[in-house]
Write a protein that binds this ligand. Structure first.
Ligand code: ZN
Length: 399
């Protein structure tokens, strides 16, 4: 009897610990990708295609790039920015705007919505597309029901973790989803409040999802496919709404889209001289006609010597920045002036070519400099003069 009550006490203590962990454990724990990269891309692409008017043309022109920037919050910002993780969810049961560990998604949508409007006003189209990608990502994440709860990764009786199942759900059920084909006019919304409203909608599906997959132990149901369809279409509409809110907030017109897709190479470091006694780098960005950075294939050489170029990734600006390495050990044979050439190319674009005449200074270690020869000859000449002078002095000196 005593043993049984002790066992019960132990069980209760464990249960209590689990509940406390669920409620208070901040999501430093793994996972939380929300919709796979392809799921996010499917949503962003549909939003581009449904967005009306001139701004719709702008989003469609850059659909390929938005398909990249929409993935950055998971693929790029997460490993680099400690504040990134909590931008992807809202723990509705305990949510508190002043406790970041309970989710900063609403304020992130507000912050990047304002940032996108400012970037439009400034004509910084590169930033506009980075912010538009972030906005679509965060506002779509909150349409994934398991991004609205502390119990974000429940496990079925057979041990299947459900967060990953729902992250993959758009792609798993892609052929069954009837995507919306018309959105009317996108709405201007209060961004943070809108994110919370979507979180509450997502949360309202959790009982049904958990009952089907956990309590009843069913592998899936047609009703769950309907919920995936609902959440996907909601994410598409939400993306157009947050983009529209930023566009309307800027009060600006869409830019005129260049007819010729042409790349430019813009130097961000000087290269008039190179000192070949040490390694140096040449930094540049590749942009299109609107100044939007474009990832490209780079070829660089100096006087026919092939040089390595690396993509230079930066948290604020992940795309299209490069540095060509001018390694001293490769450049020993250069003359006084050398031609430095960089070519950037990407399919669908007219390539860019940069040609610079650079003055070559110094010599790599191990190769005596011209000045050393001059000094040696001068020293020998001075020594001979000194010897001749001493001889002359001795001749003239009285014996
Ligand atoms: Zn995410």
């Amino acid at each position: 009897m005593l043993r049984k009550s002790r066992l019960n006490l132990a069980k209760q203590a464990i249960l209590c610990a689990i509940v406390i962990l669920l409620v208070f454990c901040p999501r430093s724990c793994p996972i939380t990708h929300a919709w796979s990269v392809s799921g996010h891309q499917a949503i962003a692409s549909k939003a581009c295609r449904l967005f009306p008017g001139r701004w719709g043309d702008f989003f469609r022109y850059y659909e390929w790039l938005l398909n990249e920037t929409v993935a950055y919050p998971d693929t790029f910002y997460k490993g680099r920015d400690p504040a990134e993780g909590s931008r992807h969810y809202v723990n509705l049961e305990v949510w508190n705007a002043s406790r970041p560990e309970t989710g900063t998604l609403p304020s992130a949508v507000e912050t990047y919505g304002r940032s996108m409007a400012d970037a439009i006003k400034a004509g910084d189209w590169n930033k506009v597309l980075l912010d538009a990608g972030r906005l679509s990502h965060y506002i779509s994440d909150i349409c994934q029901p398991y991004h609205s709860t502390v119990n974000y990764d429940p496990v079925t009786k057979s041990g299947i973790r459900l967060h990953a199942v729902w992250d993959a759900a758009i792609m798993t059920h892609l052929s069954e989803i009837r995507f919306i084909s018309f959105i009317g006019t996108p709405q201007i919304v209060n961004l943070a409040e809108y994110a919370l409203t979507l979180a509450r909608q997502s949360y309202s599906f959790l009982v049904e999802i958990n009952t089907t997959l956990i309590d009843l132990g069913q592998p899936w149901s047609s009703r769950l496919t309907e919920i995936v369809e609902n959440r996907t279409n909601t994410a598409i509409i939400a993306t157009t709404n947050v983009w529209h809110t930023a566009v309307a907030g800027s009060n600006a017109n869409a830019p005129i889209l260049p007819e010729n897709k042409k790349l430019n190479i813009v130097a961000t470091s000087l290269l008039q001289t190179i000192d070949v006694s040490r390694d140096s780098v040449f930094e540049f960005v590749v942009t299109d006609q609107l100044g939007v950075k474009v990832a490209s294939e780079i070829r660089a050489d100096i006087a026919g010597i092939t040089l390595e170029t690396e993509s230079h990734l930066d948290l604020a600006d992940p795309l299209g920045r490069y540095r060509t390495l001018l390694q001293a050990n490769k450049l020993g044979g250069l003359g006084a002036v050398a031609e430095f050439i960089v070519i950037a190319q990407r399919s669908g674009y007219v390539p860019a070519r940069l040609v610079v005449s650079v003055q070559v200074l110094g010599r790599p270690t191990g190769q005596p400099d011209y000045m050393i020869y001059v000094s040696i000859v001068a020293s020998i000449f001075m020594l001979i003069s000194f010897v001749l002078l001493v001889r002359e002095y001795r001749k003239q000196a009285p014996m």
